[in-house]
Design a protein around this ligand. Structure first.
Ligand code: AP5
Length: 196
């Protein structure tokens, strides 16, 4: 059985940066691990369905359409998981849509994917605001520090609910300024513990 770890973080926290470091670490240690980005797979599926969108515009689409694509992406992830010892899914505990806060992996998909670990990548709210502001390559929602704090708390609450549904543990990894390599090391150790 492949091991699945779901790694999440609110936009701008630097989860993709940490996951790039994790891929390097796994490679150096000859550890069979692949990282797949949920949003990228959804974006490819939308394109195949005739909707060519910037990844930052997907969350504002009709919820029913997003839901359908989210399910198709989970099938795709399940298929690809069989090819590796560990599949790391780069995603979000929740997505801000015009209809409200929507679970990144709702109950039916949790039961399908059966992850063995949830990770929350976190740092201070002000750091996240700064990273969003300086990241000109993306069309990120700009938020007040108080809104970012709310999102960090909502992520924790959703992770707790997911942990109850699946029985999988939740690990919080800090991505402190300039310390993305350390965050990746902590993450690698945690992943090794579930794949042992
Ligand atoms: P996704 O691709 O996950 O977008 P995102 O949230 O914007 O995530 P990123 O990976 O781009 O940002 P990040 O926080 O990882 O930051 P980064 O490493 O770039 O998702 C796109 C879309 O897909 C979603 O909006 C949604 O519509 C959809 N989607 C995804 N999953 C879904 C699901 N399950 N269901 C439904 N829809 C879903 O870093 C940011 C900046 O910080 C960079 O400039 C970086 O250099 C800097 N930085 C990082 N770490 C550090 C550090 N330690 N010190 C200093 N600077 C740092």
């Amino acid at each position: 059985m492949p091991h699945i770890a779901v790694v999440t973080g609110i936009p701008g926290v630097g989860k993709t940066t940490v996951l790039n470091e994790l891929t390097d670490l796994a490679h150096q240690n000859k550890f069979d691990l692949v990282v797949l980005n949920y949003g990228t797979i959804m974006n490819e599926i939308m394109r195949d369905l005739g909707k060519e969108l910037h990844r930052d515009d997907m969350r504002s689409q009709r919820l029913e359409m997003q839901r359908k694509v989210q399910e198709l992406a989970a099938n795709e992830l399940n298929n690809r998981a069989t090819q590796h010892n560990v599949l790391v899914i780069d995603t979000h505990m929740f997505v801000r849509t015009p209809s409200g806060m929507w679970a990144g992996i709702p109950q039916n998909l949790l039961q399908q994917l059966r992850p063995q670990l949830f990770v929350l990548v976190e740092t201070d709210a002000q750091q996240i605001a700064n990273r969003r502001q300086s990241d000109s390559a993306r069309r990120r929602d700009q938020s007040l520090s108080s809104e970012i704090t709310f999102d960090l708390e909502w992520s924790r609450a959703t992770a707790a609910a997911s942990a109850v549904i699946t029985g999988a543990p939740v690990k919080i990894i800090r991505n402190e300024p300039g310390n993305q390599k350390q965050a990746a090391k902590d993450l690698f150790q945690t992943i090794q513990s579930i794949a042992a």
